[in-house]
Design a protein around this ligand. Structure first.
Ligand SMILES: NC(=O)c1ccc[n+]([C@@H]2O[C@H](COP(=O)([O-])OP(=O)(O)OC[C@H]3O[C@@H](n4cnc5c(N)ncnc54)[C@H](O)[C@@H]3O)[C@@H](O)[C@H]2O)c1
Length: 435
């Protein structure tokens, strides 16, 4: 099938490459000329394990092309996937749909023959109706259906998630669109992923409800972690004890510095706004968003306390800047708020991250970036683990201790066993652990 994907970010690029790998002919479009230039040269603008090979193989075999011209990509396509960004609108927290609507207008001009237009971007309930209205207004003659097909992939595991999804949610009641969507995902039949057909509004809401629920789970265990610290309990064991209950499940019950990234913060806010606009406030989600926001700066206070109450003039080493391992994505990363709060407290911050330092440089002008964890630790009064990258899980603790000014490790991801660190004469502070 001929498909086109508008937007070559984390979602568009992964979707496009995976669809091509299924055997479809995929034209990917982005308005960012530099990004398209890089992709044509085989350079991948984001860090995502396995993506470079997947793009190279499918581009070489002619199934995956990149361009800037929506019209050229859309004409003759059976389906057009809109995968542009939907960030928080400045000021009010609503999802900014200007990129989606701009793409819809451009697609409208190029429609030719029956076309399914799919919103893969995360969009608030009713956006599909508006996309349909925009296209209908521009092209009263066009034969098209607008479908919602939210994406659930996780950065860092995006290809596996796309190819082996827990479910594929498809929002349409149109039989022709249903047939096209089933055909697009047919190569996944071997793994029998449930194609879950619902109406378009329901599909749009599934995505937000799922993200808000996961954000709630994280925030719940984070607050339990705080309580553990006060009452001398161990949050990791509490989480395990809870998670062994099948009704709860152990995933997303890892206490940490608060959720970040390109989805949870903006999607919880957007859902809160939808609830308020619909006179159906989501108080739980409102609280989750507020608690999480405060938590990031509170993590800096934890570091300051571990350093004896002040970091003024002290050097603090930060390991991990990306919002999670295996990505270079810095959007709403907890490290941003933590570093700012430490700098506000007078600290000099050094940092190392295996993938995100190029992005981080522009966002953290006061930070000294290092080549590895050991260089980062040199002269530091505390070493703070913010992102649980694999290379940070088995550091040479003796070497670190030697490099540091004061032997303090603040492990915001609980990746070390406290006694293993303390045995080396290093003060260890984790999250929700007895001291
Ligand atoms: N990143 C994730 O892990 C993830 C997971 C699931 C869903 N989503 C959702 O998917 C959507 C895309 O997210 P992302 O992280 O891939 O975004 P992104 O910011 O990485 O990429 C968006 C791309 O769209 C391009 N673009 C914008 N307007 C365009 C237009 N009119 N024509 C052509 N290109 C255009 C931009 O240049 C950019 O390259 C968002 O709604 C997001 O919430 C993201």
């Amino acid at each position: 099938m001929r498909l086109s994907v508008i937007g070559c970010g984390y979602v568009g690029l992964v979707s496009g490459a995976c669809f091509a790998d299924f055997g479809h002919d995929v034209a990917c479009v982005d308005k960012d000329a530099a990004k398209i230039g890089a992709l044509r040269r085989g350079e991948i603008p984001i860090y995502e394990p396995g993506l470079e090979d997947l793009v190279a193989t499918n581009a070489r075999q002619g199934r995956l092309t990149f361009g800037e011209d929506i019209a050229a990509a859309v004409g003759g396509a059976a389906a057009v996937f809109i995968a542009v960004g939907t960030p928080s609108r400045r000021g009010d927290g609503h999802a900014d749909l200007s990129y989606v609507y701009a793409a819809a207008r451009e697609i409208a001009g190029a429609l030719d023959g029956f076309t399914v237009i799919v919103t893969k971007s995360t969009v608030p309930v009713g956006t599909g109706d508006e996309v349909e209205r925009i296209i209908r207004e521009a092209r009263p003659d066009a034969d098209f259906v607008v479908v919602s097909n939210p994406e659930f992939l996780r950065e860092g595991a995006a290809i596996a998630d796309f190819k082996r999804p827990d479910r594929i949610v498809i929002g349409t009641t149109d039989p022709r669109a249903r047939e096209v969507m089933s055909e697009i995902y047919r190569p996944l039949n071997l793994n029998q992923p449930p194609l879950f057909f619902v109406d378009r509004r329901t599909s749009e809401l599934v995505k937000y409800a799922a993200n808000a629920f996961l954000a709630t789970k994280i925030t719940f265990i984070n607050e339990i972690a705080d309580l553990c610290e006060k009452v001398g309990a161990n949050v990791q064991d509490v989480a395990r004890g809870m998670g062994l209950d099948n009704r709860i499940g152990g995933k997303f019950l890892h206490a940490g510095p608060g959720y970040g990234g390109s989805c949870f913060p903006k999607d919880t806010l957007a859902l809160v706004k939808t609830g308020q606009d619909a006179d159906s406030p989501l108080r739980l989600v409102e609280t989750v968003a507020a608690v999480n926001e405060q938590r990031k700066r509170a993590m800096a206070k934890k570091v300051i306390a571990a350093c004896g109450g002040s970091v003024r003039g002290k050097t603090i080493a930060i390991l991990g800047l990306a919002f999670k391992p295996n990505t270079d994505d810095m959007r709403d990363a907890p490290s941003l708020a933590i570093v700012t709060a430490l700098e506000d407290g007078g600290a000099k911050v050094r940092a190392f991250d295996p993938a995100s330092m190029d992005h981080a440089r522009a966002l953290m002008p006061g930070v000294a970036f290092c080549e590895d964890p050991y260089q980062c630790a040199e002269g530091a009064s505390a070493l703070v683990i913010v992102t649980e990258w694999d290379p940070f899980r088995a550091l040479d603790l003796d070497r670190l201790a030697k490099a540091m000014d004061s032997r303090v490790i603040v492990d915001l991801r609980n990746i070390y066993r406290p006694e293993e660190v303390r045995r080396r004469g290093i003060k260890y502070v984790g999250i929700g652990l007895p001291t």
